[in-house]
Design a protein around this ligand. Structure first.
Ligand code: ADP
Ligand code: MG
Length: 587
């Protein structure tokens, strides 16, 4: 075939493919336009998961009558005029192609009236061709109506997922925008039923309650942190509230919902030693950065961003989250409540469980002592909150040691009941904090005889990259001939442990994660070494050792979890004991 310029229609369908992938992408573009227009109320009406109808009505600025045909023209925008402005973007849109793209693959209508105009205008567009351009009345603002999306692109239609999946995409998107813009009133109606309604009152926690239910919203921790000209605010789940996937981790940058792996990584690293493997937090974090620090023009869908200073943003997130977590680390209480697991995304806004998402688990782990309490014994709704609120947050209460049971747990009495302490987890925590807080290499202890360790070349390479971090912790070791390490000293806190054994554990850890970030590496090495070196279950401890362990644990800043996120202690409150013994009826 000879080279030829594509017909306009073909070109715009190709372009549309990048912007409009599915009904949720249409909802996103129209919602963003409404927000850019300064709307304080946005109403979204969906039929048949958006395949039949998507309508977004706003009370924003409206479009001047003379410009309405431009609104649906390709590369026509009121938000940008010069290329330099690309790095000063303060609006969600700027590419001027969303409406044109949507209109080219649907039956499309846009009606708009500015408050100052007596009448507005309405355009009817079919597969990109303007059929009608007339006057219209109606309230001020803009209504875009998209019928029969992709009717003229059958291939695209075939790629759409089932209605529940497409709906979930739409709802997930709108719930996030509702959260990000608490001052905007959102109403979302699916097939005649209101599924999301926010007040626009400006209270983010109220929106969270609307989305996740009051109980859960109440437990979320507030993040509010600023550094230089950047800031971050929002909510994260406490370590006792986790999920099995990352789907409830949301980041907004300058008002835009973004997908950015490093941001998520920063968040997860901040939780790193607190969460079990395979468990994830919930987070809705809103970053405000100087516009020239963010490149939003990465992809037509505008949901990817690049940061000029990736490291600074990374550490902003990490520090903000760490800070929020450290100020609230509750003791793992006995969890007798069923885990939060309701199907579906958010349900009807009126009645029905409000639990959004799936598979919430209130505890990091099924707790070992759960067998000691008959399952199904009545614990009032919210009983868990009672356990937690009865304890001061952030540290652990002073405990009186009673003894050791099963060569695995310490038993202690506290201000409100009984505490069982996992000796291995507790010792891991103690070692972890000692190593993490040590002052440079001062606390090394020389080995009587250096240890030589041979490693396969690929492991040696990994080790080389980790040498610096190991020195920091207090190891004195060096390469000694081909693929051999010579270890001359170990951290004093670990003097009793086999150095080779510890270091092999470290290499294994490196292997699992080829590119650990530098700032994460040290913490991971420490975590791994502590796991290897901590006293094991099955080890009988002397009275003195038990007491030392408890005292050291009390001195930790996060005594309630081991570095891998498991609880170090379980609390059986007096109230719980009373109920279990039938001394007090369930309320
Ligand atoms: P962009 O948002 O990138 O500018 P769009 O194709 O989404 O491109 O919209 C084109 C133009 O139409 C916008 O720049 C804006 O001027 C106008 N417009 C679109 N939707 C609305 C709306 N809901 N309210 C007011 N103006 C709108
Ligand atoms: Mg737009």
């Amino acid at each position: 075939m000879p080279i030829q310029v594509l017909a306009d229609e073909v070109a715009s369908q190709i372009a549309a493919g990048e912007v409009v992938e599915r009904p949720a992408s249409v909802v996103k573009e129209l919602t963003e336009n409404a927000l850019d227009a300064g709307a304080t109320s946005i109403q979204v009406t969906i039929e048949d998961a958006g395949k039949r109808l998507i309508e977004v009505a706003d009370n924003g600025s409206g479009i001047p009558p003379a410009e309405i045909t431009l609104a649906v023209a390709r590369h026509a925008t009121s938000k940008l005029s010069q290329a330099e402005e690309l790095f000063q973007i303060r609006t969600l849109g700027f590419r001027g192609e969303a409406l044109a793209s949507i209109a080219s693959v649907s039956d499309f209508q846009i009606s708009s009236r500015r408050a100052q105009d007596a009448v507005g205008r309405r355009l009817i567009v079919q597969a990109g061709r303007i059929l009608q351009n007339g006057e219209t009345g109606g309230p001020s603002g803009t209504v875009v109506r998209v019928d029969n999306l992709f009717y003229n692109v059958p291939a695209r239609l075939k790629f759409l997922k089932s209605n529940p999946t497409e709906r979930q995409q739409i709802d997930g998107l709108l719930s996030r925008y509702a959260l990000a813009y608490p001052r905007v009133r959102f109403q979302v109606v699916h097939d005649g039923k209101t599924v999301l309604q926010t007040s626009g009152g400006g209270d983010q926690r109220a929106v969270l309650a609307e989305l996740y239910g009051v109980d859960l919203a109440r437990q979320l921790l507030m993040v509010d942190f600023a550094h230089e000209s950047s800031s971050i605010h929002g909510y994260i789940s406490p370590i006792s509230l986790t999920r099995s996937n990352r789907r409830e981790i949301t980041f907004f940058v300058n008002g835009r919902w973004v997908q950015n792996v490093p941001l998520t990584t920063a968040l997860l690293q901040a939780y790193h030693t607190y969460l079990m493997v395979g468990r994830y937090p919930l987070a809705a974090l809103f970053l405000t950065l100087p516009p020239d620090e963010v490149d939003v023009n990465v992809h037509p869908a505008k949901s990817e961003v690049r940061f000029r200073s990736q490291d600074a943003v990374f550490s902003l997130v990490q520090r903000a989250v760490r800070r929020a977590l450290l100020s609230h680390s509750p003791v793992a209480g006995l969890d007798l409540q069923p885990s939060w697991s309701q199907g579906g995304h958010f349900q009807s806004a009126h009645g029905g469980p409000r639990t959004a998402g799936v598979d919430w688990s209130m505890a990091a782990d099924p707790l070992p002592a759960i067998e000691t309490v008959p399952a199904g014994s009545a614990l009032p709704e919210g009983g868990r909150a009672e356990f937690q609120s009865s304890l001061p947050v952030g540290s652990m209460p002073l405990l009186r040691l009673l003894g050791q049971i099963g060569a695995a747990y310490l038993v202690a009495e506290g201000p409100d009941g009984l505490y069982l302490i996992d000796q291995h987890a507790a010792h891991e925590r103690v070692l972890f904090e000692k190593l993490a807080n040590r002052q440079a290499a001062t606390q090394s202890q020389a080995l009587l005889e250096p240890v030589l360790m041979r490693l396969p070349p690929q492991q040696m390479q990994l080790m080389r990259d980790g040498l610096e971090a190991l020195h920091q912790i207090g190891f004195d070791l060096e390469e000694f001939g081909q693929n051999t390490l010579r270890v001359r000293a170990v951290p004093a806190d670990l003097a009793g442990s086999d150095p080779e054994w510890m270091l092999r554990a470290v290499v294994e850890d490196f292997e699992e994660d080829e590119t650990p970030l530098q700032n994460q590496r040290e913490a991971r090495i420490i975590g791994r070494i502590c796991k290897r070196s901590a006293v094991k279950a099955g080890q009988v401890l002397s009275q003195q050792e038990q007491r030392n362990l408890l005292e050291s644990l009390e001195q930790c800043t996060a005594p309630r979890t081991c570095p891998h996120g498991r609880p170090t202690m379980i609390h059986l409150s007096v109230g719980l004991l009373e109920r279990q013994f039938g001394r007090r009826g369930a309320r």
